[in-house]
Design a protein around this ligand. Structure first.
Ligand code: HEC
Length: 101
């Protein structure tokens, strides 16, 4: 990867993070609760915990499901969930779950 691109990523990521709306993410998470638990801790072994996960990782995972790039495992359950989300929803949900301590 060239140095300019790395520089752009390093400069861009904090802006990406700060643009998100945690409260809007919390509101949007109502549909996620059924599988991932009310506080982002799942009661069912096949559903991963989301609480406190890295914001950038959450957003990139959701985008990968949405684009059907993340396959295998239990992804068939998650792809339609992510497909219903806008990029703004994804940013807000990632901010919300990463903010849970
Ligand atoms: C029908 C149950 C179900 C619902 C509803 C659901 N998920 Fe998931 N989610 C899953 C499953 C199962 C996986 C694991 C998929 C796999 O194996 O890749 C997953 C994986 C994820 C991952 C990746 C976690 C990791 O550690 O890699 C994220 C992020 C995620 N879900 C976010 C959400 C969000 C945000 C919502 C609400 C918009 C949501 N999910 C709704 C079942 C669900």
């Amino acid at each position: 990867m060239n140095k300019k691109l790395i520089g752009l990523l390093l400069v861009g990521l904090p802006f990406f993070a700060s643009a998100a709306d945690i409260e809007a993410g919390k509101a949007k998470s109502a549909v996620c609760v059924a599988c991932h638990g009310a506080d982002g801790i799942s009661a069912v072994p096949i559903y991963p915990n989301l609480k406190g996960q890295k914001e950038v990782y959450l957003a990139s995972s959701l985008k990968a499901y949405k684009a059907s790039q993340r396959q295998g495992g239990m992804s068939a359950l998650m792809i339609p969930q992510a497909a219903a989300l806008s990029d703004t929803d994804i940013a807000n949900l990632a901010a919300y779950y990463s903010s849970l301590k």
